[in-house]
Ligand binder design. Structure first.
Ligand code: TPP
Ligand code: MG
Length: 320
């Protein structure tokens, strides 16, 4: 049963991710942030619902589209924004940028921009968690494009073989850069692809925070009990272009109508309406919560802007 506190926490998380990225869009044109940004706007329900089931010691492995995963897992907001600005106190020392967020304390050992690259790393981490005898789990986030990579099959096979505590979470937003899912996939069945490796799968509405929460809960509890891996396919939609703050319906691979249809199903709007109906939120508490998070985001950008650049003597540190 979700408590009022759980629900408010999830709403705050989803709204914080949204606000962070809206702010990125507002300032990106100033050219102060040089890192490419792959925005998660429209997909916030997934990281939010999954992470509500996780504790600090659980590990998540993310992708090029990592802001939501990082924030939902409890990654430090100020150090994240400082990373966007390439500052010394950025979470990756100012040298990783938006695609390489890391907060070891929060259970975010790293993210990788190599499509599918995080999947085998998460699988290895799950093996480590198992060998240590913990009840902690690893989560591998990846896109429908990464589902095309052979390493997903290899990793699911290994996870099934070893009964690993891992949850493979495919965020199916129907596009890999500009390429539509059904121009790449023989069948619309990502969630079934683990069946032959003893990795049961479930399909979920990736715009419904609580649906994601409940689906992830089942998979995560199963993994904690030592019953092995699961695959979740969450269908959703990204509002912005593949990379950067602008929309991309002018490029010809997807239509304005399609985008507008999904905007009607905004995960945050849907959840806000549900919580208003249930009496968990009212106009006053909603405005207060928004104000608090807006301020938090403003402060993080101010902190980042005022922080020091990476000093020259550190430029070649951590290079191999
Ligand atoms: C191995 C590899 N191939 C190609 C790329 C270039 N690339 C970056 S993101 C991306 C599309 C990924 O699509 P998907 O997995 O669906 O994630 P989404 O961007 O939709 O969240 C591609 C092809 C890459 N980074 N790594
Ligand atoms: Mg995709």
């Amino acid at each position: 049963m979700l408590t009022k506190e759980n629900k408010l926490n999830m709403f705050s998380t989803a709204y914080r991710i949204r606000r962070l990225e809206e702010k990125i869009c507002e300032v990106y044109g100033k050219q102060e942030i040089k890192t490419p940004v792959h925005l998660y706007i429209g997909e916030e329900a997934i990281a939010t619902g999954v992470s509500q089931n996780l504790v600090k010691e659980d590990l998540i492995f993310s992708t090029h589209r990592s802001h939501g995963h990082y924030l939902a897992k409890g990654g430090n907001l100020k150090n994240m924004v400082a990373e966007f600005y390439g500052k010394e106190n950025g979470c990756a020392g100012g040298k990783g940028g938006s695609m390489h967020l890391i907060d070891v304390e929060a259970g975010i050992p790293g993210s990788t921009a190599i499509v599918g690259g995080g999947i085998p790393i998460a699988t290895g981490a799950a093996l480590a968690l198992q060998l240590k005898g913990t009840d902690k789990v690893a989560v591998a986030y990846f896109g429908d494009g990464a589902a095309d990579e052979g390493v997903l099959q290899e990793s699911m096979n290994f996870a099934g073989l070893k009964n690993l505590p891992i949850i493979f979470v495919c965020e199916n937003n129907f596009y890999a850069t500009n390429s539509f899912q059904m121009k790449r996939h023989a069948d619309d069945n990502i969630y079934k692809r683990g069946e032959c490796y003893k990795v049961p799968g479930e399909l979920v509405d990736g715009n419904d925070v609580e649906a994601v929460y409940h689906t992830a809960k089942k998979a995560i509890e199963r993994a904690r009990r030592g019953e092995g891996p699961s695959l979740i396919e969450a269908k959703t939609y990204r509002w912005k272009g593949h990379v950067g703050p602008d929309e991309d319906t002018n490029l010809g691979h997807r239509t304005n109508e399609e985008l507008e249809g999904w905007k009607q199903r905004c995960p945050i709007k849907l959840y806000r309406e549900k919580l208003f109906k249930e009496g968990v939120l009212d106009e006053g508490s909603y405005q207060n919560l928004k104000r608090e998070i807006d301020n938090e985001v403003e402060e993080a950008f101010e902190f980042a802007y005022k922080s020091n650049d990476v000093p020259m003597e550190n430029m070649y540190k951590h290079l191999f």
